[in-house]
Design a protein around this ligand. Structure first.
Ligand code: T68
Length: 794
């Protein structure tokens, strides 16, 4: 934790940085390290956020605005310094300051640890939403957990993923303010008693949740919201009597146990193991957030029926779904409302976003565990289940089924709106997992297609293209991304086409230099083809690597052929317990080893897999990408947001009709998108075909040969599981989609051979991607779900 600055911040940024270095950090400029400079800069910039932050809070109180609370287990915020400097318009001054001292501003900014408090898309979406809510002036708080260790650090050992703990808090964290006075007691276990007709829960143990606030400044610094993260602490620091008796371990036991709750981010993006601790984490941050929300509400209003008018609580997936029973418990048990009133008010406040239809990722908790950890909540869930069954006697939806509490249906029934994250996904929700609930509650499911913040994913990440766009159409696009449409006519302007291609080429050269340092020699003129995301069978990195093997084999047959030199880039982590995904990682690395050193083809094909993919690496890769791989089995990727970042940065997508790919293709135009593969409906039908994988392999000699090479050990051994899977059950239809994927890939190569036509397509992708701004998404939530109004500081 950083001490508060002791001096008033200087108006002049240079002076402010020097003041912070001296008085905030106690360092002399002559001896400052890069980290000292980074911290001094961060503190100087943080000082500039405080006034707009206070002003935003005062405005919300004064105007009695409705507040939005975004509850999320994950906020994948990455680095904060550049976001803040960019949004405050300070980047030029920052660069000049370090230039003058012979220091590289970029390196200073890159010194910040990447806050990886999330696994993937869900956590990054929450971070983009925070930024957009601030940029739009939507009064909001993000609530989550201050994990001591974020997502594990990935390295490779002989191609295998190795996980090491991540340690972002080992250095001082310049952005947060610890709020020692904001602390809530969070109980677990114990028993429930009836007293004078009132039900009371007496927890058997408790921890304290302490608040840490990070201000989130919006575009042009006009508004700032708060990200409040909870850290777990013991009620009693340590047991002095045990300590004095020489039992040092025993004395520290309680503390260690309590702190475990906010120790690590759960490293899975599909399944939930480690049940007990995970459920504790979920209740811990949800309960602390609700206490905080109600405390703030009570300070302004004294009529609980106003809650839905003044408070919107968004549940980011079901991880905070215990908010329903907890809010009902507080309103009914502690505040004396009738159960029905409590349910109605809670539902008026709550809304739930679903991010997956994968059955294994839908949360459920055993009744035994729930009753043990949260006995009163279990009773409330039983009562809600009974009420729901009573209201709809001929229906089968149960909140409790086969001894499990189903968090999806629980969230659904305690929310007034439920949303999917792309048009296709929202429709599939109505047809599949929530079909019956949708019939019972028509109109409750709405769609809000995801978006990404243009400040980070264009303005900061791609300064070259940003400058070019601003030169062409002015800078209005940063706050209103649909203005990119004005670029359309420039796709026919030879000068602009050339400048655009030059910017992309320079971004590629930067990335080539970076990857070169990482050990992969790279030709910046090759086609940069990128697949970055969590490693998962449904995302089908194995389809991509199979096609890469087949391509390599054909190149070897005919090295003088008219091939497009290609660099295949992969990035992503696998859940530590997901062994199939880890095999895919090792296969990619082994293919890279073989292909990259093959003298016949190394001028034609390279494979790069930089380790430890994270937000900062994405910011390097996306601006340099020319091809965006979005190849999930149709019906499985809820939306995707990487797909939007690529299109916005002028990469052309090769993809299936899945998630937001559908909307991207509609907007950028079918002729500027390389479509392949089965539709979601065809996927369902294909699975019914007996021996579908074998049929596909028999019909495609390229696929058969690629699989044969793997089986015969061309890339080492231990890949039988992958080969057996894609030639046997092949649930994700890798084999059945292979032939069409090959066709689309070669069409893409053909298109790449005409650089001007390719660049035109790339420009049209940029010009037509404005709709994918998270500003648009947040406006949708404000209008359709939260009924919240934007405010501005007068
Ligand atoms: C992603 N989900 C979707 N989940 O897969 C992606 N899950 O299509 C979508 O674009 C994105 O959400 C945003 O809507 C996830 O990222 C998780 O990370 C996750 C984490 C823990 C448990 C389950």
């Amino acid at each position: 934790m950083q001490e508060a600055p002791v001096h008033l911040p200087s108006e002049n940024l240079s002076d402010a940085i020097l003041q912070q270095l001296k008085y905030g950090l106690g360092k002399d400029a002559a001896h400052a390290t890069r980290t000292d400079w980074r911290l001094a800069l961060s503190l100087a910039i943080r000082d500039r956020i405080v006034d707009p932050w206070f002003a935003s809070t005062r405005t919300t109180y004064a105007k009695q605005g409705k507040r939005v609370y975004y509850l999320s287990m994950e906020f994948l915020i990455g680095r904060l310094l550049e976001d803040a400097a960019v949004n405050l318009g300070l980047m030029d001054e920052v660069t000049a300051f370090f230039d003058e001292r012979g220091l590289d501003a970029k390196a200073v900014i890159a010194d910040e640890p990447d806050a990886a408090l999330g696994n993937g898309g869900l956590g990054r979406l929450a971070a983009c939403f925070l930024e957009s809510m601030s940029s739009l002036g939507c009064p909001a708080h993000g609530y989550g957990i201050r994990y001591e260790h974020g997502l594990f650090r990935q390295s490779f050992d002989d191609g295998r993923q190795v996980e090491a703990p991540e340690d972002w808090l080992s250095e001082p964290h310049a952005w947060e303010f610890e709020r020692a006075e904001v602390e809530y007691r969070i109980g677990f276990g114990g028993h429930v008693a009836e007293e004078n007709g009132q039900t009371r829960w007496y927890p058997g143990e408790a921890v304290l949740a302490r608040a840490y606030d990070t201000p989130v400044i919006g575009w042009k610094g006009a508004w700032a919201n708060t990200l409040r993260l909870w850290s777990a602490r013991p009620e009693q620091i340590f047991d002095l009597s045990r300590f004095n008796a020489g039992d040092y371990y025993g004395a520290a036991h309680q503390e260690a146990l309590a702190r475990t709750i906010s120790r690590v981010l759960y490293p899975d993006d599909t399944t939930d193991e480690g049940k007990r601790l995970r459920l504790k984490q979920e209740y811990f941050f949800t309960a602390a957030s609700l206490h905080d929300i109600l405390r703030r509400f009570d300070s302004e209003y004294d009529d609980l029926s106003l809650l839905p008018e003044k408070v919107a609580i968004q549940l980011n997936d079901t991880h905070p779904a215990i908010a329903g029973p907890e809010l009902i418990r507080i309103l009914h048990d502690e505040r004396g409302l009738s159960f029905e009133q409590a349910v109605e008010i809670a539902r008026g406040c709550l809304a739930y976003t679903n991010h997956t239809l994968l059955p294994e990722a839908l949360e459920r908790w055993s009744v035994g565990l729930m009753a043990h950890l949260l006995p009163r909540h279990m009773q409330i869930i039983e009562r809600m289940d009974a009420l729901h069954a009573e209201a709809h006697p001929d229906r089968h939806v149960r909140l409790i089924d086969h001894g499990d509490v189903h968090m999806g249906p629980l969230a659904f029934t305690t929310a007034h709106r439920v949303n999917g994250v792309s048009a296709l996904h929202s429709e599939l929700m109505k047809d599949t997992v929530f079909a019956e609930l949708n019939r019972l509650h028509p109109g409750r499911i709405v769609n809000q297609t995801n978006g990404v913040t243009p400040r980070r994913w264009m303005l900061s990440a791609n300064p070259r293209l940003s400058a070019l766009i601003t030169e062409a159409i002015g800078d209005g696009w940063v706050g209103d991304l649909e203005q990119l449409q004005q670029l359309e006519p420039l796709a026919e302007d030879a000068g602009f086409v050339e400048a655009f291609a030059k910017a992309k080429r320079a971004n590629k050269a930067d990335l080539a230099a970076y990857l070169g340092k990482e050990g992969t020699g790279v030709d910046p003129d090759a086609m940069f083809d990128v697949q970055i995301k969590r490693i998962h069978e449904y995302k089908r990195q194995h389809l991509n690597i199979l096609q890469t093997i087949a391509l390599w084999q054909e190149m070897k047959d005919d090295p003088k052929g008219d091939w497009v030199p290609t660099l295949k880039i992969f990035g992503g982590k696998a859940a530590p317990g997901y062994f199939f995904a880890k095999d895919i990682i090792r296969l990619i690395n082994k293919v890279a080893e073989v292909v990259n050193r093959d003298p016949d083809t190394r001028h034609l094909l390279r494979v790069a897999y930089p380790a430890n993919y994270n937000v900062s690496l994405a910011e390097r890769l996306i601006p340099a990408a020319e091809v965006s791989q979005q190849i999930s089995t149709a019906g499985k990727e809820a939306s995707g947001t990487g797909n939007m970042k690529f299109a916005l940065n002028g990469a052309l997508t090769i993809g299936t009709l899945d998630g937001a790919n559908v909307e991207i293709r509609e907007l950028v135009g079918a002729e500027n998108f390389f479509l392949f593969g089965m539709t979601a409906e065809e996927v369902v039908a294909r699975r019914q075909v007996e021996g579908h994988a074998w049929q596909a392999i028999s019909a495609d000699p390229r696929l058969a040969r690629a699989l044969e090479a793997i089986r015969h050990g061309t890339f080492g051994h231990g890949f039988g599981g992958i080969v057996d899977n894609v030639s046997g059950p092949d649930y994700f239809l890798v084999s059945s989609d292979f032939t069409d994927y090959w066709r689309a890939s070669r069409e893409l190569d053909a298109a790449y051979r005409d650089p001007k036509a390719w660049t035109r397509k790339a420009i049209l992708n940029v010009a037509r991607s404005g709709w994918f701004s998270s500003d648009r998404t947040i406006r949708g939530y404000m209008a359709d779900i939260w009924d919240a109004k934007a405010l501005s500081v007068d």
